[in-house]
Design a protein around this ligand. Sequence first.
Ligand code: ADP
Ligand code: ASP
Ligand code: MG
Length: 416
Amino acid sequence: MALIVQKYGGTSVADPDRIRAVADNVAFTRKRGNDVIVVVSAMGKATDNLIALANSVSNTQPGREMDMLLTTGERVTAALMTMALADRGIDAVSFTGSQVGIITDTAHRKAKIIEVKGDRVRDAMAAGKVCVIAGFQGVSTDREITTMGRGASDLTASALAQAMNADACEIYTDVTGVFTADPRIVPQARKLAKVHFDEMLEMAGAGSKVLALRSVEFARNHDVPLHVRSAFTWEPGTWVTNEEASMEDPIISGVVTDMSEAKVTVFGVPDRPGISAALFEPLAEANVNVDMIVQNTSTQGTTDISFTMPMADMADAEQIVSRVASEIGATGVSHDNDIAKVSLVGAGMKSSPGIAAKMFRVLADEGVNIEMISTSTIRVSVVCAADDMERAARALHTAFGLDSGADYSAPLPERK
Ligand code: ADP
Ligand code: ASP
Ligand code: MG
């Protein structure tokens, strides 16, 4: 008998029909003799709606109260799923993250897992029950309810799979696997049968939403293979593992697009030691994830510094940046939300020079202006205008030989 962790994302459980369809799959897995632990996300756009509700009530939004609010989304799905399983004669029980002992640090909305106790899951499984666990959440060392960042139900699944020593961790979503690009943006994207953890880490880090970054980090660090697959077609998907690439693997495995970041520029910054530290230290302390940084050459003793960071952190960052800018005597600050990041990822880049040059040529031929560039050993990223993103991604996908012969064929459910 195998133990399978199955995580179902928001679109997969968006309405009563979807919850029943997923319950059928859980019941089916169970009746084939497997133990099942189910991890669920909030239904459809429930988390976005709760955030919008908070925005319409308050400008303050203490982290503790936001987490009290946001964790309710997953809790609703877990209870409903358990009821749907009861209809199918499956003895199931729902739990919150706190009830199953997902212990985190105290950073509300971005908490990190310290330990997964899992006693109640073990006890329930020993009693023959299917456990249905509300994803995305835990309880802090201060005994407060926490959430672990957007998309973190993926992390709940990989952490439980590791803690319970599961045989498989299945991430069910609304596409049929991990593709060479987001099929909603590049219809000619191709499904990958397998992806190495390192590449998946770069893809997630570059902003691909298909798997949350921390779940990939966790899975890689604990060697938990992930199977990303569809809760709509149920066909086999993509395996994310530590299996080494073979010689025939392509140099580039994917194009990643990300619209979730904003660009901040601080103008007229005095060019002297300590200025960058003065700006970025307080942002780091506030847990703002600064991504790319560009500092222009200094003219007449001053320079401009631009950086990108998640739009979602802008409220926190704005205050810090304006305070520091006036402390250091900078002349101004600007924000630009209409930017996008486009990245090429591929383990083969390590041994193939000229990838960045070719990327810049393709973008130039498309008339796409590059605003910022950053690289790692297996990734090249550029920032461009948001309006150029789709064109840039499709052109790169074609130029690097990634196009499939046909457009994406499985249903692409609308996100409600
Ligand atoms: P879930 O709610 O199931 O967690 P997400 O929205 O977090 O789903 O992730 C699935 C979405 O990720 C897909 O609908 C797709 O638009 C997007 N996506 C981005 N990059 C990729 C990629 N390389 N392969 C597949 N899907 C991708
Ligand atoms: N519901 C949470 C979110 O929308 C967590 C998740 O779906 O993984 O970010
Ligand atoms: Mg997700």
